[in-house]
Structure formats: C-alpha cells, structure tokens
Ligand binder design. Structure first.
Ligand code: AKG
Length: 367
C-alpha cells in the first residue's frame, strides 16, 4: 500500500499537479481569465494572477489610517489574540484556539500599529463572511464578487473575508472545502502549499481543544490554556465545565508541518516517496500588494505575512498585512474530491492519519 501511495504521488507530480501557474498582468484579458480559471479548477491547479487587484479602491483606502478609522468609527470586531501568533494550531498535542476579544476597530488598529515582540499577537481572521457583515462599511472598496469566478463556479461567493493583522500571526496547515480567490491589499502573504494528492501524508489526528487565556488585560505577559468543552444541551463551546458541559471538545488537524520541522519533513518525504528528482517538498508562493491567488479546494496551506516594503504602497503604520478573500462552494461531485477521499481512506488504512467519518457512514447511523 505504501508503494502504491508513493507511486501515485510520483505520477501526479509528473503530470504537473505540483506546480503553480503564474500569470503576469499583460497576459490577463477578460476572455482568458474565465477559461484559465475553468481549466485550472478542473485540474485543481494553483494559479497566481499577478496584479489582478491593482485598481481596487481598497488598495488606497484601507492603507489610509484616517479613512479606515473614520469609516469604521462605530464598528467593533472580534479579534483573535494569542501569546505567540499560533491561533488554531496544535501546540504540544493540544489544539489551541485563540482568545477572542471584541474591540472597537480603532483600538484594534492602535494595537497592531504599536505592537512589540513582548505584546500579545492580534489577528482579525474570523472567516465568517466578516467583510459583508462585521466590516460591511468597507465592502464597497472591493468588488462584490470576482465576476469571472462567479461564471466558472456558477454562483456568487459563499463568504467574503477580511484578514488584517500582525506579521507575527501564522495560519497553520489546514485545508478548506472552498475554492478560494485571495487578494493582498497591504504587505505580503506567503502560502506554503501541499496538493490534495499528497496532503494525506500530513497525518490528520484528533486533538483535545483548549483556548488561550490571558491572565489580566491585553498587556499581560502571562498566558495559560483552558480546556474547551461542548455543552450537550446547546452544542455551544465553553470553557466552563458543568454537568451538561463535560465532554472535551476535539478538533481534527494536521499534525505534521514539513515546512518548519526537519523530522516532520523527513516523515512526510518518506510517505510520499520524495526523491531529489521529485522537485521541492512543498510549494511556496508569495503574494504582493495587488496580487490574487486562486487556491483550489482541498490544498493544504500554511500562511505567513509580512509588512510591506517602503514605497510599495502598503500601510506604513501596519506591522503586518491586509487581504480579502472570496470563498466559493466546491463541487463535491468532482473527481478531485472523490480521489482525495479515496487516498485518505488508503492512508488511514496504513496508519498515516485517523480515518474520516464518511458521509455514507453518518447517513447509515442516522437511519
Ligand atoms: O491569510 C491567512 O492567514 C490564512 C488564509 C486562509 O487560510 C484561507 O484563505 O483559507
């Protein structure tokens, strides 16, 4: 079975699955954008549309601190706060959720513009359609949807999200069941990428879940983690254990990070049968202000961010980056999803990950 999985990875790589399709601005026309996206969606290929978003109003308004504070004057936002920038990540065999703080947007901006390495890390990363809801006052500064993507995916976006925060914040390896169009407004974003043909080797496991808890106010340097429980009556998450909330929340997440841990890289390389001839172990793409990425559904990704460089038009007051992404529903009847599920089943059978709860199994249980 191991040999079959390795052969599959080699074959997929030899057919071009492990590559990024880069498009420069002068090769983008309304007619070819749609056909390129349609082709790359069907092939599940990562695509970079360099400078596609260069004319969006957000590139000048969001970086103007006075404009931003005025426009968001009355708005409060839910911000993820951590000791170390690792929100939603596995730390010492526990999946750690960030502390959440509801702050006036203006205070959030002040914190991320004055942050030092001794301060907690703030990241606006809600992924709950926040640009059309919590930050609706900013929404008219970007296109309501990406028109050529609407045509290819046959719908408007399910969610439009605004990402804003510290260069110290990191998004750990995970995958989403969405087609993702991700545009950078300020600073840079670096995506480390592993295709669905190989992501089964990242060893997804189920971890007990805790939440970062600061001991006093946001300037504290003392943090702890508190176990999270699920309330059986309401289904809600809580850190207050009670007779109805005694079951520890479990989260399924990737347990290997081959980009930063040499032992993990070795394990991952062995599983996928990686050799010096196979090309890089994982792909890395850096997006600059105005670039847009098409990240197909099911690609595992880890994301880092940096503040902009002098003169690149990024917000000089922001010690981090801003981005907007459009999530479109993926097509679960696609061959990619079916193949991905099959590979995961095989990987689970040789102990490389915990088995999935199959859709069919959960249907059987409810019968
Ligand atoms: O920008 C980030 O930190 C993460 C982005 C991401 O995970 C996504 O768009 O799915």
């Amino acid at each position: 079975m191991d040999a079959a999985l390795q052969r599959h990875c080699r074959t997929a790589r030899s057919l071009g699955s492990h590559a990024v399709h880069e498009l420069k601005l002068d090769s983008l026309t309304p007619a070819n954008l749609e056909s390129i996206l349609a082709k790359n969606c069907s092939r599940n290929r990562v695509t970079v549309f360099r400078q596609y978003a260069r004319d969006w109003d957000a590139l000048s308004t969001f970086v103007d601190r006075d404009w931003l504070e005025r426009t968001m004057e009355t708005v409060c936002v839910d911000v993820a706060v951590t000791e170390n920038g690792l929100a939603d990540a596995v730390v010492e065999d526990v999946f750690c959720l960030p502390a959440e703080e509801n702050l006036p947007f203006k205070d959030f901006i002040r914190r991320i513009s004055t942050e030092t390495d001794a301060d907690p890390v703030h990241y606006y990363q809600a992924q709950n359609n926040n640009l059309r809801e919590e930050c609706a006052a900013l929404f008219d500064q970007v296109p309501a949807s990406i028109d050529f993507a609407d045509k290819v995916f046959g719908s408007s976006p399910e969610a439009v999200n605004f990402w804003c925060g510290s260069h110290r914040a990191l998004t750990s390896f995970h995958k989403d069941h969405y087609e993702n169009l991700y545009a950078v407004v300020s600073g840079t974003k670096t995506f480390h990428l592993i295709p669905p043909t190989e992501s089964w080797a990242l060893e997804e496991r189920t971890f007990p879940t805790s939440q970062y808890t600061p001991s006093m106010d946001h300037h504290t340097s003392t943090w702890s983690t508190t176990p999270v429980f699920i309330d059986e009556e309401t289904g809600a998450m809580t850190t207050n254990a009670s007779p109805t909330a005694k079951t520890r929340m479990k989260t399924r997440w990737c347990s290997l990070d081959p980009t930063s841990n040499p032992k993990h890289a070795e394990t991952f390389a062995k599983r996928i049968g990686h050799t010096p001839k196979s090309g890089p172990l994982f792909l890395t793409v850096t997006l600059h202000r105005g670039d847009m990425l098409y990240l197909p559904a099911l690609w595992a990704h880890k994301v880092e961010q940096r503040a902009g460089m002098d003169g690149d038009g990024s917000a000089s007051w922001l010690k981090g980056a801003m981005a907007v992404n459009y999530w479109y529903d993926m097509d679960f009847s696609s061959p990619t999803f079916v193949m991905h599920s099959f590979l995961r089943r095989i990987a689970a059978s040789v102990g490389y990950m915990e088995p999935d709860v199959d859709i069919e199994d959960s249907e059987d249980e409810s019968e």
